[in-house]
Design a binder for this molecule. Structure first.
Ligand code: HEC
Ligand code: HEC
Ligand code: HEC
Ligand code: HEC
Ligand code: HEC
Ligand code: HEC
Ligand code: HEC
Ligand code: HEC
Ligand code: HEC
Length: 398
């Protein structure tokens, strides 16, 4: 019994020692410093996945011939996914780490995986995205698949014009994405912004189909999706004749300004006299009008605040109006003039109320200023009289 307990304790101690060992046990590293160099970051080495786990060979031998032992393998690109899957598709092996086991299965359905299976050596394998040596945890900010590093990882191939041309693809996705509102957010460290894999998936990397796009964008822009679903464009999307959000906003270099978005209308709506486009122009006249009124009121509240007039109540109303004005841009996705107009009128009513109150305050203020003048006049007059009187008293005394 005691013997058993001490055996258990010893084996725990031994395994802990092995786990914290800084260097991998393989003698291979004696000659292969390059591959072993980032050992301190390798999630594999820490878990005793070492050179021989992937390449074979004799881990104890120190001479090349014995070490390679006729079995050390160079790993061909086509072999990589199956090699990684040996462990990563094994539920029993991965469970203790809480790591999913579907990467290989998904990969095989992606364009990358399908093409690799056809013998195409250009596509991404597991090692192109994660590295082969010094593989880091995906949550490690230095990992090539950490959100802010993903665009650069994909760009290694997807910005290569010759490589992409060979496959009938354009090479501008990384550059276009890089200039988008989404990339700007990501650069600021905002992880709520989409990277390439948010829209394309990581292991199942495929271009979203026409019908999927709405779900891709709508995952985050829920309100816009809901309002867009009320339009005829949505019905066309269902039939595959309209690319939902992407028709107007594009996929990578997102258009954000109404003036730019308009460029896509003429594809189907002819010239500026098309009723649909007239309606659109009118919707935007309403929105820009409300925005201008809001800005005017905001400037006025600030000006009076600086002049020392109390404007707390007006500032609260301004917040209310702001909420209304901010609802206009999402609301125009319905393409329904009356809904936009109703929202605009609500905000404009609040703005009128603010202006009405400010008019009152300004009037009171100017009265105050005016009533001060006679008081000063009276005081100055009194001071003058007093001075004259004082002079006369002094003269009389002399
Ligand atoms: C005594 C030095 C030495 C040791 C120990 C050693 N290697 Fe090598 N290995 C070399 C040299 C030199 C080359 C490059 C020349 C060649 O291709 O044979 C090489 C090449 C390789 C290659 C590329 C094979 C190819 O066909 O291009 C792999 C993979 C490799 N070694 C893995 C290992 C592994 C795994 C171990 C440990 C089990 C190991 N090596 C131990 C010296 C060593
Ligand atoms: C998780 C699996 C894995 C482990 C562990 C691993 N390698 Fe590799 N190694 C690979 C893969 C995959 C490639 C091919 C890289 C590629 O395709 O980009 C490779 C390439 C190599 C090459 C270059 C061979 C060539 O293609 O010219 C050498 C040398 C090598 N590994 C040695 C080592 C040594 C030494 C260790 C231990 C320190 C080690 N590897 C650990 C998977 C592994
Ligand atoms: C096109 C690039 C790409 C390829 C190819 C790729 N991965 Fe990944 N992988 C990623 C990205 C990106 C993430 C991180 C996903 C995230 O942040 O949610 C990831 C995450 C992972 C994780 C962590 C998952 C978890 O549940 O924590 C593992 C393990 C993994 N990949 C293994 C593999 C294996 C094995 C292969 C090959 C069969 C592979 N990957 C191929 C990009 C790739
Ligand atoms: C011999 C088994 C084995 C092989 C082969 C293997 N791995 Fe792993 N891998 C593991 C284990 C075990 C872990 C968990 C380590 C941990 O989380 O501490 C792991 C972790 C990872 C992680 C980190 C996941 C996370 O939690 O962020 C990635 C990424 C990864 N492996 C990619 C690969 C790639 C790519 C290959 C092929 C080139 C590969 N692995 C081959 C056993 C293996
Ligand atoms: C090692 C190079 C390489 C890397 C890295 C790579 N790809 Fe690819 N990818 C390719 C090649 C080559 C193709 C074209 C395959 C074909 O002929 O259909 C492709 C195809 C695609 C497609 C399908 C496009 C279409 O319409 O056919 C998507 C989507 C894609 N990759 C996304 C990504 C994403 C996202 C990443 C980064 C997480 C990435 N790729 C990383 C080489 C790569
Ligand atoms: C906000 C979502 C989103 C992001 C982020 C995104 N894409 Fe796309 N991507 C799409 C959509 C949607 C399509 C399909 C467009 C179409 O069919 O016209 C697409 C198409 C593609 C295609 C195939 C079409 C082609 O010829 O260009 C590739 C390759 C691609 N994207 C790569 C990338 C890469 C690489 C990144 C990161 C640098 C990225 N994408 C970021 C949504 C996105
Ligand atoms: C992972 C979440 C996510 C996905 C997916 C996503 N976005 Fe975004 N997007 C954001 C965030 C966060 C912002 C910045 C905050 C905001 O304005 O909503 C943003 C901003 C925008 C803006 C600019 C808003 C402004 O205030 O000017 C537009 C337009 C946009 N996205 C369109 C799209 C389109 C089209 C798609 C699909 C092709 C898409 N987004 C996919 C998260 C996402
Ligand atoms: C791919 C073709 C296509 C593009 C691009 C397109 N539309 Fe349409 N749109 C249609 C069709 C088809 C209808 C339905 C016409 C009908 O039923 O009379 C429609 C209907 C409309 C309507 C009436 C909506 C309703 O719910 O009744 C408006 C407004 C409109 N479009 C505005 C625009 C604007 C603005 C743009 C550019 C930003 C645009 N469309 C781009 C095809 C398109
Ligand atoms: C018919 C063209 C059209 C379609 C389709 C469209 N949008 Fe818009 N979107 C616009 C216009 C126009 C603006 C306002 C730009 C401005 O204020 O100058 C806008 C603004 C936005 C904004 C920023 C303002 C806000 O709502 O916060 C987001 C985010 C957005 N759209 C997302 C989407 C998403 C997601 C989809 C698909 C579900 C989509 N849009 C479909 C034309 C469109």
């Amino acid at each position: 019994m005691t013997l058993r307990v001490s055996w258990v304790v010893t084996s725990i101690v031994l395994s802990v020692c092995a786990a914290v060992a800084e260097t991998p046990p393989d003698a291979c590293v004696k000659c292969h410093e390059k591959e072993a160099a980032p050992e301190h970051v390798s999630v594999h080495f820490r878990e005793q996945v070492t050179c021989v786990s992937c390449h074979g060979g004799d881990s104890a031998a120190t001479e090349k011939e014995k070490s390679h032992a006729g079995q050390v393998r160079k790993i061909a690109r086509a072999e990589v996914p199956a090699l990684c899957a040996k462990c990563h598709s094994d539920v029993r092996l991965m469970n203790p780490y809480g790591i999913a086991t579907d990467q290989f299965a998904q990969y095989q359905t992606s364009r990358h995986g399908l093409k690799l299976a056809e013998g195409d050596q250009d596509v991404a394998t597991c090692a192109d995205c994660h590295g082969a040596h010094g593989i880091r945890k995906v949550k490690d900010p230095e990992s090539p698949v950490f959100p802010k590093n993903v665009p650069a990882t994909c760009a290694r191939c997807h910005a290569d014009a010759d490589l992409m041309k060979r496959h009938g693809l354009k090479s501008n996705a990384p550059k276009d994405y890089g200039e988008s509102v989404h990339a700007k957010l990501l650069e600021k460290g905002d992880l709520s912004a989409p990277t390439c894999i948010t829209c394309h998936g990581n292991h199942g990397a495929t271009p979203p189909g026409v019908r999927d796009i709405i779900h891709v964008c709508g995952k985050c822009h829920v309100k816009e999706q809901e309002l867009f679903s009320q339009t005829k464009h949505f019905a066309l999307t269902e039939k595959g004749e309209f690319q939902s959000c992407v028709t107007c906003h594009r996929n990578h270099l997102i258009r954000t300004k109404q003036e730019d978005i308009r460029k896509s209308c003429k594809l189907c709506h002819g010239d500026e006299t098309d009723p649909a486009r007239i309606r659109f122009t009118s919707i935007f006249a309403t929105i820009r009008g409300a925005e201008a009124l809001f800005q005017g009121a905001k400037d006025r509240v600030q000006r009076l605040g600086h002049a020392g007039i109390p404007v707390d109540e007006e500032e609260a109303l301004l917040e209310e109006a702001k909420t209304g004005v901010l609802r206009l841009a999402p609301m125009q996705h319905t393409l329904d003039e009356s809904k936009v107009l109703a929202t605009a009128q609500e905000a404009e009513a609040t703005i009128s109320e603010i202006n009405r109150r400010l008019d009152g305050k300004e009037r009171a203020e100017s009265w105050k200023k005016k009533s001060i003048l006679p008081i000063w006049g009276f005081l100055l007059g009194m001071a003058g009289l007093f001075w004259l009187k004082l002079g006369r008293i002094k003269k009389e005394a002399a």
